[in-house]
Design a protein around this ligand. Sequence first.
Ligand code: PMP
Length: 429
Amino acid sequence: MSVSITDAKSAELYARALQRLPGGVNSPARAMQAIGRDPIFVERADGAELMDVDGNRYVDYVCSWGPLIHGHAHPEIVEAVVAAAHRGTTYGAPTAGEVELAEEVSRRMPSVEMLRMTSSGTEATMSAIRLARAATGRTKLLKFAGAYHGHVDGLLAQAGSGLATAGIPASPGVPESATQETVIVGWNDGEAVAKAFAEHAFAAVLAEPYPANMGLVPPVEGFLDLLRHQADENGALLIFDEVISGFRVAAGGAQEREGVMPDLTVMGKVIGGGLPAAAYGGARSLMERIAPAGDVYQAGTLSGNPLAVAAGLTTLRLLDDAAYRRLSATTEALAGGLRDAGASAGVPVSVTSVPGLLTVFFAETAPRDYATAQACDHAAYAAWCRALLARGVYPPASQYEAWFPSLAHTSEHLDRTLDAVNAAFAEVV
Ligand code: PMP
């Protein structure tokens, strides 16, 4: 049976928004064009649930696209932010919290001996690249098709996330000179990586160790080792973009789970606990090139902002071993339930997952790269998402984005979700 939501107030706000905000939103992934509907305006959120302006309630699997590993408005995190705000929102001078946060990250990620905070993941990747270029004296970068590293000029070619969703292969406004320095190969294609290294002297190879911006497409066995090996053999740096995977898939991110250490790590999302914060870090010898210790310039008025640091530190401190075990169990239960529901409805779906992340691909077999992710049945995914929304489940509105189960998702949320999932599959067959 087809059902739909009441969305008169969202529709009214969207009409106004379209007059003042391009596409009615402040970031493209929020528009729901890819699933053939208008965006839903949020009133408030609590734990794993989102309430919209029309009074609809959803189990939220977007969770702000990653930062909210403890769910919305976690009391201890809110309290830490409020307490920090009472002490002043920003000083433009260092604080104890920044030192504590850097120490906490180093404990979790031994490859990050030092870090520099920024306000967004985009700035962090941009700065990590600058450092890699300064350290190697080279300019060329190797990246993977379907990977997203923020809206840095040179990295917008064949990027995932919102560009993939909108079908934008390369953004107008990016000078050719910027993308000329970027070589793109297919994810999980070891031969293409080796060939690219044979042809170019790279400053760095940049990878999401668990790519989650073409949907979640984990590395095949040995692929991250191959990247490490090729970088070492050829005098390039290995940069892991752990903006999504960092502190989510394990205490020390994908590098801990996979046992492959990068030279530089880019962090975001969870590190800011829902406030704007990101960072890049690595070996002391590299990081000491950053000003004012060294000559590579990078700065930010709100970098290491005390509210963001309070939210990030509290978020990390709440992430103990038990929390990771629980997030892993929740993700597995959800992934299993989604697989079973697809199978019993006779819908060809494949579900990829790592702790805290999953994607439901409308395809017989799980994609192994961007080309196979593009070949999924996007129209079926869109119809299924609309059916889920109508039943109180808020999925990422694009086949190219991951689901973000959180520690606030209980077995009751999962039961509700799987009821909706079964009904939604029945609607799309
Ligand atoms: N890297 C990855 C892997 C991301 O997923 C994102 C954002 N989704 C970014 C970088 C950019 O981060 P921000 O949106 O904070 O600029």
